[in-house]
Design a protein around this ligand. Sequence first.
Ligand code: AP5
Length: 218
Amino acid sequence: MRLVLVGPPGAGKGTQAQFVASHLAVVQISTGDIFRANVSQGTPLGKQAKEYMDAGDLVPDEVTVAMVKDRLGEPDVKTGFLLDGFPRTVPQAGQLDDILSEFGTKLDVVMELVVDDSEVIRRLSGRRTCRSCGHIWHVDFDPPTKEGVCDNCAGELFQRDDDQPATIQHRLEVYYEQTAPLVGYYAERGILVGIDAMGPVDDVTERASAALRRFTHS
Ligand code: AP5
């Protein structure tokens, strides 16, 4: 299964990706996570990406596409993948089609997580991420037992720099302008599935699993 998750910042892509990728036994590839790892390691790629990420802007397509192409060439991707946060522009989507066709394959399904802007702001303002295992928590909706500490691995929880109110608002604008057109792009190709991503995490996971079952059996 080769799957893409698309949706506004804070829609729950990372949260659902963890369940869906493990359920389908495919590797999860998050461009945001790869960029953040490079920023924290101070690599040349991280230095290039940081100013865009801090501002809530997209990293230029040529940088992002080259990084994804490298990742998709690795052996663990052969049996399938879940892309979280890529593609994010129509040119990126076209280049993904080209890369996959070069590798002799194509996307099976694109899942759109649909949420209100007000919910996005609530979710992002309270998000906390584990520095060690990457697990995503929320101070109100999914709080860890001990504040600031991951239940899974006892790692330190941190708040992302781009989760400040002004940056969240800008990221939403960038989403509607540059990423939302992907919905039409994939609908035209008959591989788009829309999911109501409001409500509790488990309900969204159930809707996503049911939609995937319907899609793969149709
Ligand atoms: P990226 O990391 O991809 O950020 P994003 O798309 O803005 O998405 P988020 O990670 O903020 O949200 P999410 O949908 O994953 O939500 P989550 O599951 O965490 O990208 C960051 C930056 O990197 C970009 O701005 C850009 O600069 C750069 N970048 C990345 N990819 C790029 C690309 N392809 N091209 C160019 N630049 C790129 O959930 C959010 C919170 O809500 C959590 O606390 C969670 O616990 C909670 N939550 C989740 N679901 C629910 C629910 N159902 N109910 C209640 N709470 C919930």
